[in-house]
Design a protein around this ligand. Structure first.
Ligand SMILES: [Zn+2]
Length: 273
């Protein structure tokens, strides 16, 4: 019997010890759990960031984005001479392979000045996208000229030469084999009524201003920017746009809307040899 009494007296203490002990253990558990839970979350976020950054780096490397040229010459890079490349170079120092014609020409589905202006497939779908975006902004663009064959360029140039002599012809037309239009990646674009088509005045129209500000978003650069005649070999042509893809067009535009292909890529331009 006394044993029973003793046991009864001890029970509240045992109960309290259990309760407090349990609470202490629980607190310890919660702290540990919270700690071990929050740490992996931080680590996961960090890991995610590292993966993201290294993937961005990988994408740039995989695409082989060429950074802007400093002093070095890139004349010999295949990317400017490979006819499949979107950076295929045509200027007065770099003729195209004799008789070159792109294999994937299509007529873009956009309003045109003359009813026909073929472009390489990628440039054609980009120009459709660009004209649609312009229309959304209330800007009506017309496509004037796209791909021109070497043969047709020969007729154009011969005509100008016969009429004005070759010195004048060289200022208004490319010699056959040297035209950016023969790449199938170049487009002459007109304002809505053609009032300033092939004129420097285009820069003062809403269409010219829109193109200058937005063409890069669709992969096009102004091929013959203002003040760059000695570098590109051509006077300012606010209507002539060249498809190089969104990444390069944006990189070039971000340096300066009047930065030239020749300057960015470090390739020779200017007049004929
Ligand atoms: Zn042109």
């Amino acid at each position: 019997m006394p044993n029973k009494k003793k046991k009864r007296k001890l029970r509240p203490w045992a109960f309290l010890t259990l309760v407090f002990g349990g609470l202490a253990l629980l607190a310890l558990l919660v702290t540990t759990l919270a700690g071990s839970l929050s740490k992996p979350i931080e680590d996961a976020a960090l890991t995610q960031k590292v993966i993201q950054e290294s993937e961005e780096e990988k994408t740039v490397l995989e695409q082989g984005m060429i950074p802007p040229a400093e002093e070095e010459s890139r004349e010999d890079l295949d990317v400017f001479h490979d006819t499949d490349s979107l950076l295929l170079l045509a200027n007065k120092k770099h003729p195209l392979p004799d008789g070159y014609a792109p294999y994937d020409l299509v007529e873009p589905n956009v309003p045109m000045v003359f009813g026909s202006a073929p472009l390489r497939a990628q440039a054609a779908s980009a120009i459709e996208e660009m004209f649609a975006a312009a229309a959304n902004d209330g800007i009506t663009l017309l496509l004037g000229s796209g791909y021109r064959s070497q043969e047709y360029q020969d007729q154009l140039y011969s005509g100008y030469s016969a009429q004005y002599g070759w010195e004048v012809a060289d200022t208004i037309s490319s010699r056959p084999g040297y035209s950016d239009h023969q790449t199938g990646l170049a487009a002459d674009i007109s304002d809505h009524d053609g009032a300033t088509y092939l004129s420097e005045e285009m820069e003062n129209t809403p269409e010219g201003a829109w193109l200058k500000d937005h063409a890069h978003e669709y992969g096009f650069i102004m091929r013959y920017p203002k003040g760059k005649q000695e570098i590109t070999g051509y006077a300012y042509e606010p209507w002539h746009f060249r498809y190089v893809g969104v990444d390069y067009a944006t990189a070039i535009y971000n340096i300066d809307p009047f930065y030239s292909f020749e300057e960015y890529f470090g390739v020779e331009g200017g007049d004929y040899e």
